[in-house]
Design a protein. Structure first.
Length: 148
């Protein structure tokens, strides 16, 4: 499974996965903007078309996961975990020591993915999501200790 940086040619596929994956999907223009930011990255997995992506920031010594999604037909085959591990390695490579993210409290697949990667919940933001008032969990993972 090859993880590589997205290009502008991948934006339609990223947008399609986004639309099928989130309650309040971001518009394509958000990802277009992310490709232009030097601290932002979007990684994709291809087989041979894009089947998953991970949008994250490497800033101020931290990795911040913004959006990770696998095409609905390709879930539960290790792709999300692979993308997350790749971002954590990229962050370690530039000296980042902490990974952070927010996730909907009811998003049990994502929470399981993150916990398996070593994230722990440190805070609940009440009614964080504006579309439906769902709480957000704030999760952190120390990047200094390598997991076996
Ligand atoms: C969350 C998501 C990215 C996981 O992607 P994936 O490619 O299916 O993840 P993986 O196959 O690598 O799963 C890794 C581990 O996460 C956990 N996990 C993933 N999906 C799960 C589910 N539906 N139920 C329970 N645990 C789950 C499991 O521990 C799994 O390991 P296992 O399959 O060996 O038990 C995917 O479900 C998705 O795209 N969801 C919609 C978008 C989203 O909510 N993104 C997260 C918020 S930004």
């Amino acid at each position: 499974m090859i993880v590589e940086p997205a290009t502008a040619a991948d934006l339609d596929a990223i947008d399609e996965i986004e639309q099928h994956s989130f309650k309040a999907p971001w518009p394509r223009s958000v990802f277009e903007g992310e490709l232009a930011r030097d601290f932002a990255r979007i990684d994709v997995v291809r087989d041979p078309h894009v089947i998953a992506f991970n949008n994250y920031w490497l800033v101020a010594g931290e990795l911040h996961i913004l959006a990770i999604a696998t095409h609905p037909d390709r879930r539960r085959s290790g792709i999300g975990g692979r993308l997350l591990a790749h971002a954590m390695e990229a962050a370690r490579a530039v000296g980042a020591t902490l990974a952070t993210l927010e996730v909907r409290k009811g998003n049990l697949p994502a929470i399981a993915l993150y916990e398996r990667a070593g994230f722990v919940t440190v805070h609940t933001r009440q009614r964080y999501y504006q579309d439906d008032g769902e709480d957000a969990l704030v999760m952190l993972c120390e990047l200094t200790a390598r997991r076996s």
